[in-house]
Design a protein around this ligand. Sequence first.
Ligand SMILES: [Zn+2]
Length: 124
Amino acid sequence: MARLPKAKQAKYEQILRDLHRRIGSKLENMEETVLRGDEDSGRDESEEFGAEGYARDLQLGLIENEDEILQSIEAALERIEEGRFGTCEGCDALIPERRLQVIPYARFCVSCQAKVEEGVLDEE
Ligand SMILES: [Zn+2]
């Protein structure tokens, strides 16, 4: 099975930890904004469908996305610990570094990712 050299995995560990910290604090801010919005609104249900309700849904959607990224980062950190970071989980080939530079928490190479999205390859 192809493995990314330990030194490289360590480099990505730094990148991932840094990203995790940044997204974590961004997420905290976003959550605070949503909670604050809830407090000052004091409106009735019918206005939930108005512009503010929409903005809030949008914000919640963003929070969900960021939360997913955080989980992906945590999973990538675990793979570093196990020494298999940078290896595609679909075909056991090395994930090209130019892909890892863009998405350091990628689990699959480009072609396996496409298969996952098509539903041909099981994500688990
Ligand atoms: Zn692959």
